[in-house]
Ligand binder design. Sequence first.
Ligand SMILES: C[S@@+](CC[C@H](N)C(=O)[O-])C[C@H]1O[C@@H](n2cnc3c(N)ncnc32)[C@H](O)[C@@H]1O
Length: 385
Amino acid sequence: MPNVVLKTDKSLFDIKDTALFFNLKSVFLHPVELSKESFFLRLYQNGDRIIIKLEKATMPKITNDLKSYIMNFAVRIKDNLNAEILHHNLNATPNPPVELYDKYEITTAAINSVEYINSLCSNKNVSLEIGIGSGEFITDKAKNNQKESFIGAEILNSDFNIAIRRFDKANLNNVKAIRYDARAVLDRFKPNSLKNVYLNFPEPWFKHRRIKHSVLTTKTAVEIEKILSKNGTFDILTDNRPFAISAAVIIESSTSLKKTDKYSIRITDENIKTKYEKKWIKYKRTIYKLQYIKENETEYKSPAKFDFPVNIELKNRITKDYVLKILNLYSNPKKDEKIIEMAVGYAKNPQHIFLGFKKGLLYLLPQSNFVINSDFVKAISMSLQ
Ligand SMILES: C[S@@+](CC[C@H](N)C(=O)[O-])C[C@H]1O[C@@H](n2cnc3c(N)ncnc32)[C@H](O)[C@@H]1O
């Protein structure tokens, strides 16, 4: 993440220009609105060091413009505090041009639009890959199936950037990708709408402590079943046998999906060139495949409607299933509003979000970047006044 470290014998509280910040005790938030990107910078002090960091939950595209904004801002703070810059990672790098994002990225704002998602899945020739990594598999699929469309989800910026460059190099017009946690977006797809869902090598580090981060859970399995169309398949590749077994148990115990083979787990020698598959084949590791088919349509329920602003009672609400937890409330003496940082949504995997807050009203800021899924709506509903 872009960051700058300054050295000074002064304090962040010595900065005269209070309009720059919202703060909570000694943590400061600086809202930024550039022409294409809106985000927060987070500033805090550790002894004689001041750290300025991009607030990653606001998830802007990391462009050279963004880096140069942060650098200029850091210089402003440096001058204000008579400081010196000790370290930064803001040198210009060859990032994908903004036009590539415009062409290939599905933003969270688009995901939040029912019309957009419905139009995206308007025919039954759309497939989803969860965790595309650097995009080899989805590019190969899109190239070889020009009449179909493919959507990828990838949580890591660096991998997402490599993937969209690959799409561009292959001159693809039938692929798009979501730069967000796939677990939050599954619920936004229209039920009975996807031809295939692919999950390739999701768990290279399948360890007990990582299970809570796993993409495949009983909840996501049920959501995948819901969005698959009738006769649509859910395909998993893995080199990790314990993961293969756990995936079979999860799917077979929580959904009505049917395995397409006599055995749940088969050894595959299919020629599917994902980065990890190539790697594991080189090390002569066995690759396992699981495939499940959806035999019956799911009952269609229209997606939850949700409009900001909302009038909420500002209080933590935590149940077994849902959470609305106020992490921080930042204020600015010069502005009649606050910024609220919250964990909202499914209790085991809430979204980390920022919203504006004024006189009991919660409203969207340009920096807000999250998905309004059913878990989000249920969590917020616990606090509606
Ligand atoms: C081991 S890599 C496999 C990449 C690719 N599928 C392949 O086979 O080469 C797993 C990928 O899943 C992504 N990932 C993990 N959890 C995710 C989530 N919740 N949402 C979206 N992507 C996720 C990781 O960032 C990583 O790129």
